[in-house]
Ligand binder design. Structure first.
Ligand code: ACO
Ligand code: OAA
Length: 374
């Protein structure tokens, strides 16, 4: 692939503001959160530690971490009107629409009335998002009203517990934890930029996050993990996948889970989630999905010099943990909330309304023509 031109459409290559949260694709640093490399964060950290790091700028000490986890544990319950609202949403709704509504409804019930509440509002959303999603999912699909206040120590464990109705295996919890870390923050991506634009009008946290959920939903952004799953599960063998992908490339179809707006040769998150996919696939005796994913990776590189982004191997990793495909992008929401909220706080701390200019390409000035003369 020719050197990517970082100008023009899509605001590519334009610096649209400053951040101390994250570097993306900066030469020599790759992906870092608050200066820590993503590989170290995913290997040694837990999602709650990384959330704290993003919000406060430093890793928590053991007392801070224990207190923070306790606080989040205590915020998992849902108010009755929110449960009633979730029960009205049909089973065939897209779970991203459920997240959008759930966030917005909570904004009606627990409104942020002053920016001094921003951390508490964020923590509430962080604790409540898995509950919102899975309360709706289990009610609409299984007809059960689940208890969302579990004693699980982590958000990863809480999520899988609510989904499957039992505490998860340790490696599933660890994979989910790693996944939440990988998705937590990514500079001025489309959904985060949406959140910052909303924040720049001095709007409330629920509005900023609801707007961001709308941006993440699209298949060119967070929705790609679901689209990748729908693609890979169509193939019965690597040979079939190779032939089909070559055909898709010839027809100039987009292959979901590949390419990136900023990274040029690889996405540093890919190797980490790919390894988890391999381990979990071996555990469930998979002989198709992982090999199919690998051959697609190979073909995409050989043919287009395109590489898997964070979403591609997330598809098979989540699938091996028994997570339904339509819940993939909402998990991204449960994680990226940390990045969105940190950016909202950063924007508020040094705000100017975001209002770029447009290059006008419309007609020259002209006179009004009455309706009877048109
Ligand atoms: C967590 C995330 O949000 S990561 C992104 C998730 N999204 C996806 O996986 C969707 C598939 N990928 C894409 O659509 C794109 O790669 C994006 C949206 C991620 C980045 O878009 P851009 O920065 O505009 O792409 P870029 O400029 O690198 O495209 C260069 C060329 O590669 C092609 N290309 C890029 N990605 C793909 C793909 N996945 N499949 C096929 N061709 C592709 C483009 O069509 C373009 O070809 P052209 O020059 O003939 O028009
Ligand atoms: O940065 C981007 O454009 C998309 C992405 O990978 C993310 O948001 O994680």
């Amino acid at each position: 692939m020719a050197e990517k031109k970082l100008t023009g459409a899509g605001l590519r290559g334009q610096t649209a503001g400053q951040t101390a949260l994250c570097t993306v694709g900066k030469s020599g640093t790759g992906l870092t959160y608050r200066g820590y490399d993503i590989h170290e964060l995913a290997k040694y950290g837990t999602f709650e530690e990384i959330a704290w790091l993003l919000f406060h700028g430093e890793l928590p000490n053991s007392e801070e971490l224990a207190n923070y986890k306790k606080k989040l544990q205590g915020l998992r319950g849902l108010p009755e009107p929110l449960k009633q609202c979730l029960e009205l949403i049909p089973a065939d709704a897209h779970p991203m629409d459920v997240m959008r509504t759930g966030c917005s409804m909570l904004g009606n019930l627990e409104t942020e009335t002053d920016f001094s509440q921003q951390q508490d509002v964020t923590d509430r959303l962080l604790a409540a998002f898995p509950s919102i999603l899975l309360y709706w999912y289990r009610f609409s699909h299984d007809g059960v009203r689940i208890e969302t206040e579990t004693d699980d120590d982590t958000i990863a464990g809480h999520f899988l517990h609510l989904l499957h109705g039992k505490k998860p295996a340790d490696n599933h919890r660890r994979c989910m934890d790693a996944s939440l870390i990988l998705y937590a923050e990514h500079e001025f991506n489309a959904s985060t930029f949406t959140a910052r634009v909303c924040a720049s009008t001095l709007s409330d946290m629920h509005s900023c996050v609801t707007a961001a959920i709308g941006s993440l939903r699209g298949p060119l952004h967070g929705g790609a993990n679901e689209a990748a799953m729908e693609m890979i599960e169509r193939f019965q063998s690597p040979e079939e996948a190779k032939e089909a992908i070559l055909g898709m490339l010839e027809r100039k179809d987009k292959i979901m889970g590949f390419g990136h707006a900023i990274y040029q040769t690889s996405d540093p998150r890919n190797g980490i989630i790919k390894e988890w996919s391999k381990v979990l696939g071996e555990e469930v005796g998979d002989t198709v999905l992982y090999p199919v994913s690998e051959i697609i990776e190979q073909v995409m590189w050989d043919e287009k010099k395109l590489f898997p982004n964070a979403d591609f191997f997330h598809a098979s990793a989540y699938h091996f943990m028994g997570i339904p495909t339509k819940l993939f992008t909402p998990i991204f929401v449960c994680s990226r909330l940390t990045g969105w909220a940190s950016h909202v706080m950063e924007q508020r701390a040094n705000n100017r309304i975001i209002r770029p200019s447009a290059e006008y390409i419309g007609p020259e000035p002209r006179s009004w023509v009455g309706v009877e003369e048109r």
